[in-house]
Design a protein around this ligand. Structure first.
Ligand SMILES: *[C@@H]1O[C@H](CO)[C@@H](O)[C@H](O)[C@H]1NC(C)=O
Ligand SMILES: *[C@@H]1O[C@H](CO)[C@@H](O)[C@H](O)[C@H]1NC(C)=O
Ligand SMILES: *[C@@H]1O[C@H](CO)[C@@H](O)[C@H](O)[C@H]1NC(C)=O
Ligand SMILES: *[C@@H]1O[C@H](CO)[C@@H](O)[C@H](O)[C@H]1NC(C)=O
Ligand SMILES: *[C@@H]1O[C@H](CO)[C@@H](O)[C@H](O)[C@H]1NC(C)=O
Length: 413
């Protein structure tokens, strides 16, 4: 009686343990997978069977459709013609792996399909209770593209382009319209779904502003997709080559053209004084400012352009005009002579000051003298010799034709 009890307990325990641990005829496959026509699909599959008494050495893995037509057999001729060369068992049957690849996928590859195992000197089994269907489509999954909105010139930029697919051993290939460092990453994101991500890293130039950055995806089988984004590259102002100053009559006109993103504000300065603009125009990224001024003897106007990214300045020099060169030389020479004369006159006058003259006469005389030196200076600027004292009445002889009010004399200068 006790022996029977013990035996019963043992059997119950054994059955219990078996339920938990013993393997049986099971298969693990997704019930449906998506696929791109022309590309490939890998159907993940693993199977199990009750432990055989003796180790199995020979396995034959077969895939069939509902009506038991073979779609994969290691002996190719045993498979349906339309599947020959397109189906391949990827899994290692010893490892209970029955993964199947179909490449290329055809629109008619719908399924449902199931796996069958034949083990030499053991058993054969069709895992009909679990099947996989294929949803073959002509349209690939959309490409996901991402890049920062705010791109700054010369700052490292990474753009990402990714797509999900079903062909992990020949994943999609990415090409970019911009050079840079491209890195590719693969992820498994589902039962029979993978994602490939391409990351392009580069330093945008200002010429990349307003250009399309495009990534093109080429799937196994040649189908292509693309995704793109217009780049907005922010940069500090560039003062254009065509900015310049030129004479317009007695005045100078300067135009400064700056290009930047975002567009800049432009100022023109003459010796730190902002010149009022007579014209200000904006065309997209260009800002053009025109000023008109009397430049005096300055030789350049400074143009400053700034935007949120920074500021740039440049001197706009004036072309030399003959008028200004002669005027400059003439005035320089006249100035030197004037100083020389003033010294001489000052000396002579200090001598004469002892010989007192009537006040009224002296005042008149002085006024005339002043006009006279001025004239002398101007007239003689090219002929620097004189005789006699400017403080004596006789010296008037030198300037017989002098009319102190004659503007024409000044005009020679
Ligand atoms: C199938 O593959 C074999 C060997 O790889 C090749 O000789 C044959 O031409 C292929 N058949 C088709 C229809 O592609
Ligand atoms: C089965 O084999 C495929 C193809 O070699 C492999 O990708 C997959 O990871 C394997 N599955 C398991 C569960 O080992
Ligand atoms: C990008 O794809 C669209 C359709 O999605 C296509 O019309 C266009 O020609 C493609 N462009 C390039 C450059 O491949
Ligand atoms: C400026 O203009 C000159 C000719 O006038 C040209 O050779 C040069 O390349 C230009 N520079 C820029 C930055 O456009
Ligand atoms: C340019 O600079 C001035 C003064 O520094 C500043 O007030 C102005 O906001 C700047 N403009 C832009 C577009 O940043």
């Amino acid at each position: 009686m006790t022996a029977f009890k013990h035996a019963l307990l043992f059997v119950i325990f054994y059955l219990h343990a078996c339920q938990c641990m013993a393997s049986s005829w099971t298969v693990d496959i997704p019930s449906s997978v998506k696929a791109l026509v022309g590309s490939c699909v890998v159907i993940p599959c693993s199977f199990d069977y009750p432990p055989p008494v003796e180790e199995v050495t020979q396995f034959i893995g077969i895939w069939t459709d509902e009506t038991s037509h073979v779609i994969y057999h290691p002996e190719e001729r045993k498979a349906l013609v339309q599947y020959r060369n397109r189906t391949k068992l990827l899994g290692d049957l010893r490892q209970k792996n029955c993964s199947l690849k179909i490449d290329p996928v055809e629109k008619s590859d719908k399924g449902p399909y199931h796996f069958r195992i034949e083990m030499e000197e053991y058993n054969k089994y069709s895992y009909k209770e679990k099947t996989v269907s294929i949803a073959a489509s002509d349209a690939p999954e959309p490409v996901v593209f991402s890049v920062k909105e705010e791109v700054v010139v010369a700052e490292s930029l990474s753009a990402h382009c990714s797509v999900s697919h079903t062909c992990p051993y020949t994943p999609p290939v990415f090409t970019w319209t911009h050079t840079g460092q491209a890195q590719v990453q693969h992820q498994k994101i589902g039962d029979a779904l993978w994602r490939t991500i391409s990351t392009l890293t580069f330093q945008p130039r200002h010429s990349d502003n307003n250009q399309l950055l495009q990534c093109t995806v080429t799937h196994r089988g040649g189908m292509q997709q693309n995704a793109s984004r217009l780049l907005s590259v922010k940069y500090t102002p560039l003062i254009k080559n065509s900015s310049s100053c030129y004479y317009e009559g007695p005045q100078v006109k300067c135009i400064c053209i700056a290009e930047s993103n975002p567009p800049s504000e432009v100022l023109l300065l003459l010796s730190d004084q902002v010149l009022p603009d007579i014209k200000k125009e904006k065309f997209g990224l260009l800002t053009m400012v025109t000023v008109q001024t009397n430049i005096g003897f300055f030789s350049s106007v400074k143009c400053i352009a700034n935007n949120t990214m920074g500021s740039t300045d440049q001197l706009l020099s004036l072309p030399h005009s003959k008028f200004h060169i002669y005027a400059g030389v003439g005035i320089g020479a006249a100035f030197l002579i004037l100083i020389a004369l003033l010294i001489i006159v000052a000396r002579k006058c200090s001598h004469k000051s002892h010989n007192s003259e009537p006040t009224s006469y002296k005042q008149n005389h002085d006024r005339e003298l002043t006009a006279q030196y001025m004239t002398q200076v101007r007239i003689k600027s090219a002929d620097v010799h004189y005789t006699g004292s400017y403080c004596s009445d006789h010296t008037y002889g030198n300037t017989e034709n002098f009319d102190p009010d004659d503007d024409a004399v000044y005009a020679n200068v």
